[in-house]
Design a protein around this ligand. Structure first.
Ligand code: PGA
Length: 259
C-alpha cells in the first residue's frame, strides 16, 4: 500500500484561481512520471465537476470535504454523497474539526455521514483530534479514542486522519514522539474496533504539514500519509510533500520510531 497525500482546499478556489493549482500540479506529475503515493485533491463542491474534467486521465484522485447524512429531499443547501459521486468525486473528508466545532457535528452525526458516503461507494476520510485544552489536561488519547469509537461504523474500511485541532493552520505541530504515540494508540483502537481492517487502514497525520516537516512526519511509524490544508493550495508545496511520501509495508504502516 502507498501513503495517501490528501489536499483539503477548504473554502478556497474559483475556477480561475484553481487553474493555478491544478495546472502546475499536473505538469509536475508528468515530469515525475507518476508518484510513489496516492494523491487526492478535495476542492470545494462548486469546483468538483470542473476539477473532474481537468483531472481526467491523470492519477490524481478527487474528493469532497463533507456530505449530508441524507440521500435526497428537503435539506436546503446540503449536498448528498450521491451528488458528490455524480460530480466526479470518489472520496470525501468527514468529521473535520472545522465541521465538528463550527457546525455542531457530533460523533453520531459523523457516523451517519460515513454510512451515507459508504452506501454511495465513496471512500471516507474520517478526522479525529484533540483541542489544545484537552491535550494539556491529559485527555488527548481518551478524546481521540472516543471520537473513533463514536464516528466509525464497525465495518468501516476507509481512512482515518489524526488532526490535533491546535495544529491546524497554526504552523505548530506535535513532536515526532507525540505523533508516533498517538498513531500507535489509534492503530490499537482501530484493531480492537474493526478487527482485520483496522490492521492496515491508513492513518493520516494532518495539521500544519508543509515541505519542511513532511519528510520527518511521513517517516514515522503508523503514519499512512498526510491531510494537508494550507500547503495544498500551492502546487509546488503540495508536490514537495507528495515527493516525501513512502511505500507502506504490507501488514502495517510501520516505519521508524523517533529516536
Ligand atoms: P493545515 O490544515 O494543513 O492548514 O494545518 C489541515 C487540515 O485542516 O486538514
Amino acid at each position: 500500500m502507498r501513503q495517501l497525500i490528501a489536499g483539503n482546499w477548504k473554502m478556497n478556489g474559483l475556477r480561475h484561481t484553481a487553474d493555478a493549482i491544478l495546472d502546475p500540479l499536473l505538469a509536475g506529475l508528468a515530469l515525475d512520471h507518476g508518484l510513489a503515493c496516492d494523491l487526492l485533491v478535495c476542492p470545494p463542491a462548486t469546483l468538483l465537476a470542473w476539477a473532474a474534467g481537468r483531472l481526467q486521465g491523470s492519477a490524481v484522485l478527487l474528493g469532497g470535504q463533507d456530505c449530508s447524512a441524507g440521500k435526497e429531499g428537503a435539506q436546503t443547501g446540503d449536498i448528498s454523497a450521491g451528488m458528490l459521486r455524480d460530480a466526479g468525486a470518489g472520496w470525501v473528508i468527514l468529521g473535520h474539526s472545522e465541521r465538528r466545532a463550527g457546525h455542531g457535528e457530533t460523533d453520531g452525526v459523523v457516523l451517519a455521514k460515513v454510512r451515507a458516503a459508504v452506501a454511495e461507494g465513496l471512500v471516507a476520510i474520517v478526522c479525529v483530534g484533540e483541542t489544545e485544552e484537552q491535550r494539556q489536561s491529559g485527555q488527548a488519547s481518551a478524546v481521540v479514542q472516543s471520537q473513533l469509537l463514536g464516528s466509525l461504523p464497525a465495518d468501516f474500511d476507509g481512512v482515518v486522519a489524526y488532526e490535533p485541532v491546535w495544529a491546524i493552520g497554526t504552523g505548530r505541530t506535535p513532536t515526532e514522539e507525540d505523533v508516533a504515540a498517538m498513531h500507535a494508540h489509534i492503530r490499537a483502537t482501530l484493531v480492537s474496533h474493526l478487527g482485520q481492517a483496522g490492521q492496515t487502514m491508513r492513518i493520516l497525520y494532518g495539521g500544519s504539514v508543509k515541505p519542511s516537516n513532511a519528510t520527518a512526519l511521513l517517516a514515522l511509524a503508523e503514519v499512512g500519509g498526510a491531510l494537508v490544508g494550507g500547503a495544498s493550495l500551492d502546487a509546488r508545496d503540495f508536490l514537495a510533500i507528495a515527493r516525501a511520501a513512502r511505500q507502506l509495508p504490507q501488514n502495517a504502516a510501520g516505519a521508524r520510531t523517533p529516536a
